[in-house]
Design a protein around this ligand. Structure first.
Ligand SMILES: N[C@@H](CCC(=O)N[C@@H](CS)C(=O)NCC(=O)O)C(=O)O
Length: 223
């Protein structure tokens, strides 16, 4: 019996990286369907039929269509318990696992707001230096608890690498465009640690080059 293909709808450099990386950590082989966010690909009716808000990631798996990266990551980890990437209900560090997995979106939304201001607005005159300044500060504050976690431990959980790391890893890669990481030595060491994982490298290769950041660092514009 042939298995249904796993299909990931993806934009390089976006939250779909979380899912792609986890799929490779689990030894799964997805077909990757790539979209160009700047060309408005996510607004085509066919894609909106899969993702009602026109967002990536979308994962087609086992005849189901899933959206929301956190839900997809939880679903994949729970349906592959043999990989040991998620403490189940009642297990030690379950609360921390859920907390960090979802905290990645607290950080992610701040980056999304900065992306809108710094990358996607069609005219620089539309930017608000005030909003950008506030969001950069809020992003730096949101990274502080992570800096503390990675002092005594290598990954988000004491027990080791988990699916929560695949949620957070992408987020940090994006955060470095807005916050200087030399302020966060533990976080920088964590970033180096996850990026050498073969599944992370494979996901980078498979998703292709991101097309929206045109520089390494975006300063807060002058008011
Ligand atoms: N909470 C959702 C957010 C999804 C999301 O906003 N994805 C961005 C890419 S990182 C997107 O598709 N943006 C397209 C748009 O805003 O038009 C998730 O985690 O999946």
């Amino acid at each position: 019996m042939s298995e249904t293909p796993i299909r990931l709808h993806s934009v390089a450099g976006s939250r779909s990286f979380r899912v792609l990386w986890l799929l490779y950590e689990l030894g799964l082989e997805p077909e990757v369907i790539s979209y160009d966010i700047a060309k408005g690909d996510l607004r085509n009716p066919e894609f909106l039929g899969l993702s009602p808000a026109g967002r990536v990631p979308v994962l087609e798996i086992g005849g189901q269509v899933l959206f929301e990266s956190g839900a997809i990551v939880e679903y994949l980890a729970e349906t592959h318990p043999e990989a040991g990437l998620a403490p189940g209900p009642g297990e030690e560090e379950r609360a921390q696992y859920l907390t960090w997995l979802h905290y990645a979106e607290t950080v992610g939304v701040l980056i999304q707001n900065l992306n809108l201001q710094q990358v996607f607005l069609p005219d620089p005159a539309m930017r608000s230096p005030t909003v950008i300044g506030i969001e950069v500060k809020r992003l730096a504050i949101s990274l502080k608890p992570l800096e503390q976690v990675f002092g005594p431990q290598d990954y988000l959980l004491r027990r080791g690498f988990s699916a929560a790391d695949t949620m957070m890893g992408f987020t940090l890669e994006a955060a470095r465009h807005y916050v200087h990481f030399d302020r966060f030595p533990n976080l920088s060491a964590y970033k180096d640690r996850i990026e050498v994982r073969p599944a992370y490298q494979r996901a980078l290769e498979a998703e292709g080059l991101q097309k929206f950041y045109d520089r390494e660092f975006y300063d807060v514009p002058e008011a």
